[in-house]
Design a protein around this ligand. Structure first.
Ligand SMILES: NC(=O)c1ccc[n+]([C@@H]2O[C@H](COP(=O)([O-])OP(=O)(O)OC[C@H]3O[C@@H](n4cnc5c(N)ncnc54)[C@H](OP(=O)(O)O)[C@@H]3O)[C@@H](O)[C@H]2O)c1
Length: 287
């Protein structure tokens, strides 16, 4: 299959290219320099030239706090940009994969969110991603909406300037005081594992729809930081703090682990976040 990946040098895009590289598929990486999803006409010309059979849209505006002050940018990329790509895929009869987020949920649950739970985002970023989901779902019959969570990957989130694991290690090496919230619970997810699962979903031709793709298990950001230093055998003092201490602009779900009964029913499961973290640290040659 010919697969175009938008957002190719982003954190997830980078690993999607890696997991598809050794396959029989032909991969066409598209960075922000190659395509701007905000522009429908130039995007259409690009796809008419490439003629992909599958498009994976990882392009996103991911600055959650900035989105509160500048919703136009978040909606332009995450919602209207997603719509632009969806309309092209519809006309070209192309399978569309849209990457979404745990931030479509309000975090009021006490058990991990399944694909059947009703989204109710708290902030502009989550609303814009949910709008993107709705456009994709309603425009392209052959679609996959992949919700993931708290990504860490080799490339680091280009939209955020790195990832949490690297930020923690850097602070520790600089002997900075480390304070991490212990009241926000999520499923940390290694982009390599998420990319690998997306490949399986496509290759197994699972039915269209929403899929939750996150490493198994859950933890607070504080526990995640502790795990990083434990695996690295670094004796670092971390102070637990509460989310309200951060005074962030955007409200975030306090509990957003994701689980997928749909993937489990197909015998598919991602490894635990602890195993994924260890694999990441090995790959980065910290271990
Ligand atoms: N990061 C997380 O923790 C997280 C959690 C759950 C879900 N997600 C979702 O996962 C997906 C991938 O996230 P990520 O962490 O890989 O983010 P990322 O590293 O910031 O990647 C996003 C990519 O989109 C590109 N992009 C931005 N605006 C664009 C535009 N108008 N046209 C074309 N490309 C554009 C960026 O390029 P430039 O940087 O060059 O602008 C970047 O390469 C996103 O859909 C995000 O919403 C992320």
């Amino acid at each position: 299959m010919k697969i175009a990946i938008i957002g190719a040098n982003g954190q997830l895009g980078f690993d999607l290219i890696r997991v598809f590289k050794d396959s029989e598929h032909e991969i066409v990486p598209l960075t922000h320099v190659d395509i701007d999803v905000i522009d429908p006409d130039s995007s259409r010309k690009i796809f008419e030239k490439i003629q992909p059979e599958i498009v994976i849209n990882c392009a996103a505006y991911v600055r959650v706090d900035d989105a509160e002050d500048g919703p136009e940018k978040a909606f332009a990329v995450n919602a209207l940009g997603a719509r632009n790509i969806a309309l092209i895929c519809k006309d070209m009869d192309t399978i569309l994969v849209y990457i979404s987020t745990d931030y479509v949920f309000d975090g009021r649950k006490t058990q991990p969110y399944t694909e059947d739970d009703i989204p109710d985002p708290l902030g502009v970023y989550g609303v814009s991603k949910l709008a993107g989901e709705y456009f994709v779902k309603n425009i392209v019959e052959n679609h996959y909406i992949i919700r993931s969570s708290s990504l860490f990957g080799i490339a680091g989130a280009s939209g955020k300037g790195g990832n949490f694991v690297e930020a923690m290690i850097k602070k520790a090496r600089n002997n900075e005081e480390i304070k991490v919230v212990d009241d926000m619970i999520m499923s940390p997810t290694y982009t390599r594992d998420a990319a690998d699962m997306i490949r399986k979903i496509l290759e197994k031709k699972l039915p269209s729809g929403v899929y939750h793709v996150a490493n198994a298990g859950q933890c607070s950001w504080y526990e995640f930081a502790e795990a990083i230093f434990n695996i690295l055998k670094m004796e670092i003092n971390i102070s637990p703090i509460k989310t309200y201490n951060l005074q962030s602009k955007a409200r975030r779900p306090m509990f957003s682990p994701l689980i997928s009964m749909k993937l489990n029913n197909h015998g598919l499961e991602l490894e635990s976040w602890e195993a994924a973290l260890r694999n990441y640290l090995i790959e980065k040659e910290y271990l």
